[in-house]
Design a protein around this ligand. Structure first.
Ligand code: XIL
Length: 326
């Protein structure tokens, strides 16, 4: 089992509805979750569009159900994600108030959410939600992505959000999370520049989440370089959303042996470089982004096979690859 092989937490994604369901399918899913993993991330339930239901109004019920499951079954919860341009509730998108009023809404949301989930403790009194992706995908290449947040609050909005999160909870680990940190050198350097700026100016940040949405043949040499560069910041390093596409060129109609083998190698490489490059004290964990291929956000009606389990929940050789790398 993955969690027994690794020296750091191994995570995967959940939803409140799947955890609540007692269908055969979901019982199988929970069996694998409990056997192989010790960290969970909400795939969507703890994003802003789900929890920020109206002005000064929050609905934490799905997140609370996930936290309750974590408490009962001994998982930690990684909070995902406070600010992401792809998860904005409709009412906020069309918010007619001034920029100051908009910012007050965001401050209220961030502080209320972090404070709420800080209350959940395990039987030993330790927090269950140990970390948050505070800002997700702030950069677009090496530039600041233009989003509702940058437009309403200015390009330095991310600094305020990290500070609000810290004010709401002095202990929770605060992560910056992004994709293509391995693969896009310009983006990686922009992130490292941001970390340096935060550290110089006393803005709190504890870790970097490398999403790791990879392809079977990409990235190659930049993968270890990226993990090294991010480790060199001295912050915690989380592989936060690992999956490996095998059909990005849409040139296969079933998972071929050759692609399955290339995928196995890619999972092994991620496990191996993470284990050997990141110092133990900085290894926050490695999180997969789904169970069966058909559950993946990349499934594309059946023309992608990005994950560790096939549609019957049997392990693919990719699973063997990750185990070998860890
Ligand atoms: C995805 C979920 O998997 C989908 O179900 C949802 O429709 C969109 O979001 N980067 C992230 C994740 O940080 O939150 C995204 O998750 C995948 C890309």
């Amino acid at each position: 089992d993955l969690k027994d092989v690794a020296d750091f937490p191994i995570g995967n994604i959940v939803s409140a509805s799947k955890l609540a369901s007692t269908s055969t399918e979901n019982e199988t899913f929970k069996g694998i979750l409990n056997a192989e993993y010790n960290s969970i991330t909400a795939e969507n339930d703890m994003k802003m569009a789900n929890m920020f239901t109206g002005q000064d109004t929050y609905d934490f019920s799905d997140g609370d159900a996930i936290v309750a499951y974590a408490k009962e079954n001994g998982f930690r919860v990684h909070g995902h994600a406070l600010i992401w341009h792809q998860s904005i509730p409709n009412w906020l998108n069309s918010f007619a108030g001034t920029d100051e009023e908009f910012e007050a809404q965001i401050e209220g949301y961030v502080k209320a959410t972090v404070a709420h989930f800080a209350e959940a403790k395990d039987t030993g009194g330790n927090p269950i939600v140990t970390s948050w992706d505070v800002v997700n995908e702030y950069f677009d290449g090496s530039s600041v992505r233009s989003t509702l947040f940058s437009q309403r609050m200015g390009n330095d909005y991310h600094k305020k959000v990290f500070q609000w999160a810290r004010e709401a909870d002095p202990d929770v680990k605060l992560f910056y999370n992004d994709y293509n940190i391995a693969g896009e050198v310009g983006k990686r350097n922009a992130i490292i520049g941001m970390v340096n700026d935060f550290q110089t100016n006393g803005i709190p940040i504890d870790g970097i989440g490398m999403q790791m949405h990879l392809n079977h043949d990409w990235p190659t040499s930049d993968l270890p370089t990226a993990i090294q560069d991010i480790s060199d910041t001295g912050l915690l390093v989380h592989v936060s959303e690992l999956d490996v596409k095998v059909n990005y060129g849409d040139d296969i109609t079933e998972l071929t042996e050759e692609r399955a083998a290339a995928q196995e190698v890619q999972f092994q490489r991620v496990g191996y470089y993470y284990t050997t490059i990141v110092p133990a004290a900085q290894q926050y964990g490695l999180t997969l982004w789904g169970f069966r291929d058909r559950d993946s956000w990349l499934y594309d009606g059946g023309s992608e096979w990005p994950l560790l389990y096939d549609n019957d929940f049997d392990t693919k050789i990719a699973h063997r690859g990750l185990v070998a790398g860890l």
